[in-house]
Design a protein around this ligand. Structure first.
Ligand code: DER
Length: 226
């Protein structure tokens, strides 16, 4: 991944976009973590915000940072969501997300936000998306979904856990297939194909959702608007 300095620059810039009284979607991953920590510092300085976490990790981090928490049940909408990405297409702003296996709840929050700001480092940029697409599946559907992915010329790999025997299990109790399709010329079409496959809970293609991508570098931040 990219440098921590670049991630920090992007995350901290995103936290500056939050206005008093905002409801903020709190993304998952190491880059969004910088935004959550920066938000905590702004709360200490008097900012009035409520955060909607997108995972166990972002909820725990928000608590540590002192960002007050709420849920989508309790708020009308999310004013701004800040979240990372595994890859973004420079031209369209389409994303691959799900490196942290949190993309189902991330997509709910990110899609409901009036403004969805992605925070990334230069290693995430691509002309055309070609990163494996995480697909959260109901455990019983693993094999039929893998077969459907293969029929779409993809290759599905069950995501193994690092410090647990067996597969990664998501916050929702499901499994993750990492699906390699090579270069993805039409992310929208593939997104529809995956969404309409029985047993798929959510996939990591975020098409026409990002309003902007903040690309951190060691020197500063580049803003890409969509
Ligand atoms: O799981 C996710 O979607 C994360 O946002 C991930 O894609 C980015 O994580 P990183 O900021 O640690 O690279």
């Amino acid at each position: 991944g990219g440098s921590e300095e670049a991630k920090r620059n992007a995350g901290e810039r995103a936290a500056e976009f939050v206005d008093d009284g905002d409801v903020v979607g709190l993304g998952t991953g190491s880059t969004a973590a910088h935004a959550i920590r920066a938000l905590g510092r702004r709360v200490d300085a008097g900012l009035d915000v409520e955060g909607v976490p997108t995972s166990f990790q972002s909820r725990e981090l928000a608590r540590e940072a002192g960002v007050p928490l709420t849920t989508l049940d309790d708020v009308g909408n999310v004013d701004v969501a800040i979240d990372g990405a595994d890859q973004f297409a420079r031209e369209s702003g389409a994303l691959v997300k799900g490196g942290g296996a949190a993309h189902a709840r991330e997509k709910i929050v990110d899609a409901s936000a009036t403004r969805f700001v992605v925070v990334a480092d230069p290693s995430k940029a691509a002309d055309e998306l070609d990163h494996a697409v995480p697909v959260e599946v109901l455990p019983s559907a693993r094999r039929p979904v893998a077969a459907a992915v293969e029929a779409l010329d993809g290759e599905a790999t069950l995501r193994s856990a690092e410090r647990k025997d067996g597969p990664v299990v998501t916050d929702n109790g499901n499994l993750v297939l990492d699906c390699a399709f090579g270069s993805i010329a039409d992310p929208g079409a593939l997104a529809t194909d995956l969404s309409t496959t029985a047993g798929v809970v959510e996939h990591g293609l975020f098409v026409e959702l990002a309003d902007e991508v903040l690309v951190g570098t060691d020197e500063g931040v580049e803003r890409r608007r969509y």
